[in-house]
Design a protein around this ligand. Structure first.
Ligand code: NAP
Length: 243
């Protein structure tokens, strides 16, 4: 059986590193993005230049119709997916909860939580012969991100619970659901929080004394996705330098 994977938010950061790594392992990859077509096409070109197979598909994964369309495009161009990496996520400028609007909170929850539920739903429908799902959560679900973005941290707490519940719901169907929780990883996400050099500020608090590389997260995602972890479900790997 060919392995066909969707990586949501595959145009940049952890998602891009994961898409490239999985392609090297033989997966046909759908690189999803919301707006950055140029970066998504670069990921596809890089995969193709290394002899792999990939397509880029625009979809806002927080919108139900976009998700349905995304999976239909994959069906028609790559085939029914066998693996899913739920990775697309956002964080918004650092602030205390007392300053947060309902609009902001809802945007974070819709993008980081509703999207994972919708993509799991569509993936499961296609995984008649079993499958594997990896959710990208965050160390923030354990640490809470006080005075930075509790909304983001809480959205990742929801992903941890989704992973536990769905892994149990699907175990008898031979669909495994696992989770990675990255810590401080060098991507442009920190700039979205208003502090591009955030890792530099906090790195002495990290036991390994450095931020992580997107490729180091991709390795753990690939392990949980693959048959190398065939007896593992409902499990978390903290890729957070010991914190
Ligand atoms: P990033 O560099 O900011 O990239 C975000 C990706 O998500 C981009 O590909 C973006 O697409 C896509 N995206 C955003 N909203 C989307 C939507 N509604 N629909 C479809 N795609 C969407 O982020 P990252 O740092 O790699 O983070 C990836 C995941 O790891 C996130 O879930 C994040 O919470 C988690 N994480 C990151 C860190 C870290 O330190 N970086 C730590 C813990 C957890 P465009 O390119 O089109 O904008």
């Amino acid at each position: 059986m060919n392995s066909i994977v969707l990586v949501t938010g595959g145009s940049r950061g952890i998602g891009a590193a994961t898409a490239k790594h999985l392609a090297k392992l033989g997966y046909a990859v759908c690189v999803n993005y919301i707006s950055n077509e140029i970066e998504a096409n670069k990921v596809v070109a890089s995969i193709e230049n290394n002899g792999g197979k990939a397509i880029a598909v625009q979809a806002d994964v927080s919108i139900e119709n976009d998700v349905i369309n995304l999976f239909n495009v994959i069906d028609n161009s790559l085939g029914r997916i066998t693996h899913l990496v739920n990775n697309a996520g956002i964080l918004l400028p650092q602030m205390r909860l007392s300053e947060m609007s309902a609009e902001r909170i809802n945007k974070v929850l819709k993008t980081n939580v509703t999207s994972y539920f919708l993509c799991c739903r569509e993936a499961i429908k296609r995984m008649d012969n079993g499958g594997s799902i990896v959710n990208v959560s965050s160390a923030a679900s354990r640490l809470g991100s006080p005075s930075e973005y509790i909304d983001y941290a809480a959205s990742k707490g929801a992903i941890d619970t989704l992973t536990i519940g769905l892994s149990l719901e699907l175990a008898a169907d031979n669909i495994r659901v696992n989770c990675v929780r990255p810590g401080f990883i060098h991507t442009s996400m920190h700039a979205d929080g208003g502090e591009p050099n955030r890792i530099e500020r906090v790195k002495d608090l990290i036991p390994l004394r450095r931020g992580g590389k997107p490729e180091e997260v991709a390795e753990s995602i690939a392990f949980l996705l693959s048959n190398e972890s065939s007896y593992v479900t409902g499990t978390f790997i903290d890729v957070a330098g010991g914190r």
